[in-house]
Design a protein around this ligand. Structure first.
Ligand code: FUC
Length: 744
């Protein structure tokens, strides 16, 4: 993919234009830069150095320590808390640390030739070093097909492994060793039970159980399989409890133990690659001298102002890697830290925040070609609805003339058992609903739309139908709202108005796509017409509140009043230039700083304003100031939304498809915000709404070729710069366009 084949003639120009980096000979025919994070020392710090592996449900942070290896592991459903919707954090609880697996090799203290790496494409962490004249290798991965964490230790010489293996429990559970198995088990205060089992298989030497650990002596190699589970079930009707954790852990561990390491590894790599390999990105070539440096050193050089396009690609792909690692069908959605957490009192409870964070986690899922990873969010929201409905009905805030609003909404935080924390985030329902719509907009599955998304969208419309209030002039506003974490409470906050507009629009398009509910569809369309549209204020800004009280020097991290620009579609330079201009003024006012997620969001915001250089400035700013040595995004502390936001931002820079034409065509906009820094490049496998998959190549900052594959046969208007062209492709058909937009 990193080959830029067949453009020999233009390479010199390209290199001259870049003015940096690499001799032309190196650009041609060179192998792709491997997608590796690598380091020449073990991790000391969990948050900033250890490397994540995960299968959606079970994950670990690998330290790569030589004499005392530490794998700090988690299971996504290990939560305290209950169903209480009152907003108290005590009962809402939070996501918990599970435990550690320690592999001790006493004596291995003076290792050299040390290397620790995470291979994003294979989903494997590798450690290698030399000790006592012997080369040692370790590999770690979390397998989705086999639902176990696998650790493998080998050496080039037999009998080289002597040491102990221990399990540590992060709560008050018990740990026991029997034969070649370690078991840790316990229960949280809310009654949730959990269990981890580690099974050690050895070749050569001996293995004995002692107290709470296993001792191995003179083994040639070791394979450790770790399974862990809770008895959580995503089902209110069963009181959120399912099969016992022992049954679940043993149920995955025992079959995995019957497979060879090679079989486990190849099933894992095949599964991982089937998702990861769908998208490839090349935005330029880093000189090998820079590229061959360890990742932390490269990041250091980047922070000093160096150019490193491969590092930008690595950050993009790391977001996709993390998504595969913490959100797979059947798992819980990515929380504030994905699923990686070493604390029982994690920052913000490592929960689900509904006023930007959980949504940002899922912005890359559809465009970056991981739509199945989106499903855990949709599944969790659906599972919570019975409780959220009850809580919404019970609060007099949502009662008008003695009648409670239909439907549901959410507070700022929620857990996995119907409990909610902090203030109401009233349009959180519309924001969650947007994800149900987007999954359809990209994938086009009408059965899913009818059965899953449509009822959610309609119920959100009904909530707002009951809760909206008419101003004296008839315009409709959301009453008593709050622009997240900023300013006073009042009617008609732009954040509310824009998200309601979004829910109404998505509902209307859903009803049209299914050809149903004409009367209600028209009613929602009429309400949308009456919704107050945010005003342009005294300094040209898009007002955050109904009153013109925005301050031009207010650098608050939230960009709530700009949700209609991104991730929504109410404002765009192409359809509403005046409001888009006002959004730009507001965005400029917010400045280029911000916490990890805030900065990452600005990449997408500037991309939606079609300003590639400013989007790139925010991407660069993210990498320079908000990325740890292990590439985790730092709010600070570590918060995974910034990683996902950055990956989504790169997608928005290269391809946009959020606008429809009046006749319903999907507008697919190629390279809408290509920065001048990315002179030459190629992306393959990005997805656009309407069921398109797109590959784009550019040189000298200009499109040279695009391929659009249609899965659904939907009508299409492609745009590049000022040019547009309309095409009707059959389902399964592809078109290739050259730089002049001609079909080839
Ligand atoms: C929102 C943000 C904070 C933080 C928290 C998890 O409340 O305003 O900055 O990201 O979520």
């Amino acid at each position: 993919m990193k080959r830029l084949d067949g453009h020999c003639g233009r390479v010199l120009t390209m290199v001259a234009a870049l003015g940096v980096l690499v001799p032309a000979s190196r650009l041609l025919g060179e192998e792709a830069a491997p997608l590796l994070l690598w380091y020449d020392a073990p991790a000391k710090n969990w948050e900033r150095e250890a490397l994540p592996i995960g299968n959606g449900r079970l994950g670990a942070m690998v330290f790569g320590k030589v004499a005392e290896e530490r794998l700090q592991f988690n299971v996504d459903s290990l939560w305290t808390g209950d169903e209480n919707p009152s907003g108290g954090y005590g009962s809402m609880g939070g996501y918990q640390a599970f435990g550690d697996l320690f592999i001790r090799l006493p004596g291995h203290t003076d290792a050299d030739e040390y290397r620790r790496e995470l291979d994003l494409a294979e989903g494997v962490v590798r450690i290698s070093y030399r000790y006592g004249g012997v080369s040692y290798r370790r590999e770690y991965f979390c397998s989705h097909p086999d639902q176990v964490l696998v650790a493998r230790l080998t050496a080039e010489k037999p009998d080289s492994h002597t040491g102990t293996i221990e399990l540590a429990d992060a709560h008050d559970g018990t740990v026991a060793a029997e034969n070649n198995r370690l078991v840790s088990a316990g229960a949280l205060k809310n009654g949730l039970r959990y269990e981890a089992q580690a099974l050690v298989l050895h070749e050569g030497g001996t293995l004995v159980a002692e107290m709470a650990g296993l001792t191995f002596t003179n083994c040639n190699s070791l394979t450790v399989l770790l399974a862990a589970a809770t008895d959580y079930a995503m089902d209110a009707g069963r009181n959120w409890r399912g099969n016992p954790p022992r049954e679940r852990a043993a149920g995955t561990l025992n079959p995995a133990a019957g497979k060879s390491y090679g079989a486990l590894r190849s099933a894992h790599v095949k599964d991982h690659r089937s998702l990861f390999d769908r998208v490839a990105l090349d935005v330029g070539r880093t000189a090998p001298e820079a590229r061959n440096q360890p990742t932390d050193k490269r990041l250091g050089a980047y922070k000093q102002g160096g150019a490193d396009p491969d590092l930008e690609e690595l950050l993009f792909q790391f977001g996709r890697y993390l998504m595969i690692g913490c959100s797979r069908p059947g798992s819980l959605p990515a929380n504030l830290q994905g699923l990686w957490n070493d604390k029982n009192r994690a920052p913000w409870h490592s929960d689900y925040h509904t006023n930007s964070n959980i949504q940002m986690n899922y912005w890359p899922a559809e465009p970056a070609n991981l739509p199945e990873c989106h499903r855990p969010l949709l599944a969790l929201v659906r599972s919570q609805l019975p409780l959220w409905r009850k809580a919404t009905r019970a609060d007099k805030e949502f009662t008008r003339g003695g009648k409670p609003a239909r439907g549901w909404t959410v507070r700022t935080s929620h857990n996995i058992t119907g409990g909610m924390g902090w203030k109401w985030n009233k349009p959180g329902n519309a924001w969650h609903a947007q994800h149900f719509w987007e999954h359809y907009a990209f994938g086009g599955d009408k059965t899913y739309l009818r059965k899953v998304a449509y009822p959610v969208l309609k119920e959100v419309c009904q909530f707002w139908e009951d809760h909206l209030k008419a101003l004296p002039d008839g315009r409709l506003v959301a009453p008593n709202g709050w622009s997240p974490e900023h300013g006073p409470t009042g009617d008609g906050c732009s954040y509310h108005q824009e998200l309601i507009w979004d829910a109404f629009t998505n509902y209307i398009e859903a009803a049209d796509a299914l050809g149903i509910d004409h009367a209600y569809r028209d009613k929602v369309a009429a309400m949308r017409e009456m919704l107050l549209v945010p005003a342009v204020g005294r300094w040209g800004q898009l007002q955050e509140w109904m009153e013109d009280r925005d301050k031009p020097d207010d650098h608050h991290r939230h960009l709530s009043h700009l949700v209609g620009l991104h991730p929504g579609r109410q404002f765009s330079p192409l359809t509403t230039p005046k409001l888009a201009k006002a959004a730009e003024v507001s965005l400029r006012g917010r400045g280029d700083g911000g916490t990890g997620w805030s900065k990452a969001w600005k990449i997408s915001q500037w991309a939606r304003l079609l300003d590639g250089d400013h989007a790139y400035k925010m991407l660069r700013g993210t990498l320079k100031s908000r990325i740890a040595r292990n590439l985790y995004n730092l709010h600070p502390p570590f918060q995974i939304d910034g990683n996902f936001g950055a990956t989504a931002g790169v997608c928005e820079m290269l391809l946009q498809s959020h606008l429809r034409t009046d006749d319903g065509r999907y507008r697919v906009h190629l390279l809408p915000a290509l920065p001048s820094a990315w002179k030459m490049g190629r992306v393959t496998g990005l997805r656009a709404r309407g069921g398109f998959e797109v590959d784009i190549t550019w040189e000298d900052g200009r499109l040279t070729e695009a391929t659009l594959r249609s899965a659904l046969g939907r009508p299409l208007r492609v745009r590049y710069g000022e040019k547009t062209a309309e095409h009707r492709l059959k389902a399964g058909e592809a078109i290739r366009l050259d730089g002049d937009f001609k079909r080839i």
